[in-house]
Design a protein around this ligand. Structure first.
Ligand SMILES: C=C(CC[C@@H](C)[C@H]1CC[C@H]2C3=CC[C@H]4[C@H](C)[C@@H](O)CC[C@]4(C)[C@H]3CC[C@]12C)C(C)C
Ligand SMILES: C[S@@+](CC[C@H](N)C(=O)[O-])C[C@H]1O[C@@H](n2cnc3c(N)ncnc32)[C@H](O)[C@@H]1O
Length: 689
């Protein structure tokens, strides 16, 4: 009997312990478990000493030099990485909390927002500055199919990140490098975009890391940084304020928090052009620290757990001190926000663009315009209150558009939606960009199959034009057909790379005319390029009825195909609507057969509309029996614009779903998967996301 009682007590204790460790203290995202806590790259026996060493850094005066700081940050991450993973997940940052969404989803949306802000495309090479164990990197690579290279100072994080990348099946897209972001082992002008999430706050001087990012970015590409800053509520003379901020600095290995106002100044100083900045912690945004506050009970439990595990020799001894420090940090962070019912600590993001040359306003507008659409899409998806602000921007944009179009019927590069709110936008001076000769260099790069050379593909459908007169005549003869013109140069490698795709397209699209102009062929073609204001090759211009309707520079094959389909489509299965009456007629026509009508409403120069259009064409063929696809450009004429207003379309692209003469719903956005999901849903297929 005694042994049975003993057995039962033992079993209960073991069960209780299992519940306490594994159920109450599970790893956030299949990452670390409490029983696996380590000291990163530091051996278990050295954790305590390193923790003491860490504290020495804060003995006044702080040694905030670029020689000392990275080492102490590295030590910090050896100490905390496992605890962060165990108690927070694989993404080491905050995000605005979203009602109805889990912490994990809110985190992912916050990360994906960075992708939208910097306009990442599949195949791009993106830099993650201070990547941690790679939570954001994986979300971003999976979402965009871009290649992401992350850099972190901490070797243990590199190993963790590589392990997670492999487990997630993303190791072909994600690469992790151990290095110092103050001196990155990457070549100049290498990346198509960059982001940093709550990492550059570890830099002793923000100039140093921003200048490095600027150096490795290709001219014209975008960088977004989510920064930790003090807000204008912070008073340097207020003892309590100072106490809180210093507490945050000590518990987060920060050499010194910077103020909100400083960030953009620094970015400009190193040469970036500031595109957008925002305090994400400002009301009405949902507080990003909510989860920290709610987690207090769990953190108490964690503390007991860590103490027991350290006493049993399972966790390194110093872990208790480290956990205690984090516990206190959580307290400082929430106090910082609650203090005097207002926040003295902000969470700001700034999006910077480098080397945007003023001579290319269209490039500026198209990238920002598509960013704005995607951002508002992301915000409206997450239901964040900031969405209202963003929607207002886009609404203004659409309502102002017809005025500018009717005033100037010719091709007018759209102003960026942001510029309607007049944010500070500064162009990088030319002397600070790549030396001017680099443009010439582009023209003299050796090409292997330049258009017009004997290695070029068979291209009889592409008309070679040699003068202004021939050019104008070709446009005239094309009448209202779409004309695609490539302006190229014989020794431009990029021109020769894209040319075969144009030739391919010319074979497939019989209703489109294709023209090639070799800018460096003669004085006459040079004159033509000058008249058309061609600054860089390859440059694609699209004409209809002798009028330029769109132009694009530095594009790849997908974008070229998308543009040709979008601007030239007249014989596909997608019904082209040109007025409100056209829409009414289409609806009437399909009242009887009860087919679902999917009406794609866009604008002429809208990046996301162009991007999603090949999917619309494909679906129109695949679903021809059951769904009718139609399309209308809101800025084609007044009647179309009125239709947009009547339908309350404030963002593009918007897909309206119509059946039995009734509008049943809409999808706003350019996500291919989401669009297909919505169509299936309106056809009665149950879709689970
Ligand atoms: C940007 C940085 C990191 C931000 C956050 C990810 C971390 C800041 C404070 C951390 C935590 C505080 C309390 C811990 C808790 C006591 C423990 O039981 C579980 C982990 C914590 C929740 C931990 C998780 C990460 C933080 C929220 C800085 C470093 C620049
Ligand atoms: C708070 S974590 C954020 C990690 C990641 N961005 C995320 O959101 O999950 C800060 C990161 O910056 C890195 N870091 C700090 N100083 C660095 C430096 N000088 N060089 C490279 N990485 C650094 C740290 O190693 C850590 O990975």
């Amino acid at each position: 009997m005694d042994s049975l009682a003993l057995f039962c007590t033992g079993a209960l204790l073991a069960g209780g312990l299992y519940w306490f460790v594994c159920v109450l203290g599970p790893a956030e995202q299949k990452g670390k478990r409490a029983v696996n806590l380590s000291g990163g790259s530091i051996s278990a026996g050295e954790v305590e000493d390193n923790y003491k060493e860490y504290w020495k850094f804060f003995k006044r005066p702080k040694e905030t030099t670029k020689e000392k700081v990275p080492d102490f940050v590295d030590t910090f991450y050896n100490l905390v990485t496992d605890i962060y993973e165990w108690g927070w997940g694989q993404s080491f940052h905050f995000s605005p909390s979203i009602p109805g969404k889990s912490h994990r989803d809110a985190t992912r949306l916050h990360e994906e927002m960075a992708v939208h802000l910097i306009d990442v495309k599949a195949g791009d090479c993106i830099l993650d500055v201070g990547c941690g164990v790679g939570g954001p990197m994986r979300a971003i690579a999976a979402h965009s199919r871009a290649n992401v290279v992350g850099i972190t100072i901490n070797e243990y994080q590199v190993n963790r990140a590589r392990l997670h990348n492999k487990k997630a099946g993303l190791d072909s897209l994600c690469e992790v490098v151990c290095g110092n972001f103050l001196k990155m082992p990457f070549e100049d002008n290498h990346f198509d975009g960059a982001y940093s999430i709550e990492a550059t706050c570890h830099a002793p001087k923000l100039e140093d890391v921003y200048a490095e990012v600027f150096r490795v970015l290709k001219p014209g590409s975008l960088y977004v940084s989510y920064e930790w800053v003090t807000t204008d509520k912070y008073e340097a003379e207020n003892k309590e304020h100072v106490d809180i901020i210093q507490g945050i600095e000590r518990g987060d290995a920060l050499p010194g928090l910077r103020s909100y106002a400083e960030i953009t100044e620094i970015a400009k100083r190193v040469g970036f052009e500031v595109v957008k900045e925002k305090d994400l912690a400002k009301p009405p945004a949902q507080p990003w620290w909510t989860r920290l506050k709610m987690g207090r009970v769990a953190y108490w439990r964690n503390h007991i757990l860590v103490t027991i595990l350290a006493a049993l020799g399972i966790a390194p001894k110093g872990t208790v001190g480290v956990h205690d420090m984090l516990f206190k940090t959580a307290d400082y962070l929430t106090r910082g926000e609650f203090y005097e019912l207002d926040s003295i600590m902000g969470h700001c993001y700034s999006s910077y663009v480098s080397a945007l040359l003023p001579s290319h306003p269209w490039k500026h507008s198209s990238s920002i315009q598509s960013n704005a659409n995607s951002i508002s899409e992301a915000w409206s998806r997450c239901g964040w209150i900031l969405a209202l602000h963003s929607m207002a921007v886009v609404t203004n944009f659409i309502l102002k558009l017809p005025l500018s179009l009717s005033a100037s019927p010719k091709f007018t590069p759209l102003r960026s939606p942001h510029s309607l709110f007049s944010p500070p936008i500064f162009a990088k001076p030319q002397s600070l960009t790549k030396p001017k000769t680099s443009r010439t260099q582009l023209l003299i790069t050796k090409a292997t199959a330049a258009p017009g050379t004997k290695n070029a593909p068979r291209d009889e459908r592409v008309k070679k034009v040699h003068s202004i007169e021939e050019f104008d005549e070709a446009l005239r003869l094309a009448k209202n057909k779409l004309v695609v013109v490539e302006f190229a140069a014989s020794r431009s490698l990029d021109s020769s790379k894209i040319y075969p795709f144009m030739v391919d397209l010319s074979r497939q699209c019989n209703d489109v005319e294709f023209i090639l102009v070799m800018g460096d062929e003669s004085e006459k073609t040079k004159e033509l390029c000058e008249r058309e204001k061609i600054k860089k090759v390859p440059h694609f211009s699209f004409y209809k009825s002798m009028e330029k309707i769109h132009e694009e520079e530095g594009i790849g094959p997908d974008q070229l195909m998308g543009d040709v389909l979008y601007y030239g489509d007249s014989h596909s299965a997608v019904v082209q609507l040109h007025s409100k009456e056209d829409v009414e007629k289409l609806i009437d026509d399909h009242k009887v057969d009860q087919k679902l009508i999917v009406l794609d409403v866009g604008l002429k120069h809208c990046g996301p509309c162009v991007k999603v259009y090949p999917t619309v064409i494909k679906l129109s063929r695949q679903m021809a029996g059951t769904v009718v696809f139609a399309r209308m450009n809101g800025d084609e004429n007044d009647s179309c614009m009125q239709f947009l207003r009547d339908m309350n379309v404030v963002e593009v692209p918007t897909f309206l779903f119509i059946r039995d003469g009734q509008i049943r719903g809409r999808y706003v956005g350019s996500g291919k998967g989401e669009l297909i999901g919505e169509i299936l849903r309106y056809q009665g297929v149950r879709v689970t996301y």
